[in-house]
Design a protein around this ligand. Structure first.
Ligand code: I3S
Length: 128
């Protein structure tokens, strides 16, 4: 389970509030719905928890389930084109399952960092 993995700290972790929206789900276009989401990178899994103030609330708090999770294996990341969003610093994440997400932060260094981390996670776990 996710929280026990977090507690053990057995996997490389990266966590931050980021702006996230789905644009495609199982190959079908969906309406954008940008939301600020607590985002956690855990190995080959990306977790989003809506409205979490910190990861510590996952342990003791009553909301132990993430809003949704993304399997990064076989996925890809690239910088989103202007057609995808008018926002600055937007990452486009595509999964093997046909879900596309946009991930954004106003802060240049944060999103660059995530771009690297996601690329690394995808490459590291590509053959699992
Ligand atoms: O790709 P779109 O349709 O221009 O995306 C914008 C819309 O989702 C808009 O909401 P409405 O569904 O009420 O039109 C959002 O407020 C915008 O943020 C979306 O565009 P950006 O460029 O911010 O991703």
């Amino acid at each position: 389970c996710i929280s026990s993995l977090l507690e053990k700290g057995s996997l490389q972790e990266k966590e931050k509030f980021l702006n996230v929206t789905k644009i495609t789900e199982n190959g079908k276009k969906v309406r954008k719905n940008w939301m600020s989401s607590w985002t956690v990178l855990q190995g080959s899994t990306l977790l989003f928890a809506k409205g979490q103030t910190s990861s510590s609330s996952w342990f003791g708090g009553n909301q132990s389930k993430p809003e949704f999770t993304v399997d990064l294996r076989g996925g890809s990341v690239e910088w989103a084109s202007k057609e995808k969003s008018s926002k600055k610093h937007v990452i486009e994440l595509k999964t093997r399952q046909g879900t596309e997400l946009l991930i954004q932060s106003e802060i240049d260094s944060i999103i660059t960092d995530w771009y690297k981390a996601l690329t690394e996670a995808i490459n590291t776990h590509a053959w699992e």
